[in-house]
Design a protein. Sequence first.
Length: 183
Amino acid sequence: MKKLLVYGFCFAIVVSCSFSKKSSSTNQPAQTETKQSPVPPTAPQPAPAQPGELSLGQASGTYTAKGEVVELKYAYAGRAERFGTQSLVILLTDKPIPADAVAEEIKSTPLLEGDKIRGLEYAIDENGMWVRYHPSQYQESGTNKLKDYKVENDIVRGVDENESSFSDAKYSRSVKFVAAIIK
């Protein structure tokens, strides 16, 4: 009888261990599917208002520089100095910026200037708008030409469409974005 209890006890341990193992393996795919969010975790995450609208931290569209077309997917915003003036800086990129690098990227664009990511850099202030294409470094400035541009509750959104040429090279952009303004 004692042997039966010991064997039964061991069988219960083996069974319970195998159940634990199954339980942890079913959680593993969720861990491998985790993706880095293009928006810092402290930013609010409202759902899109209607189907087809962008979520916070998303960009949609492309820019073309010297014949190269770049698809933009991520949007970031913050305040930084540009041309001696405090500006709202908006970055639209082809790859996500790591969450711990967003503030520095808005301040001085080391990833964009280092050709690690491609995108558009906007600076908007009371005098107008400036935009630079990365990595081509083509720049434009003028009055604010963004359509549907709105800053509300630390969220900036807008649409930009433009075509121009410089030294026989064509530049165009057709993008829309929604970004949380980081503090």
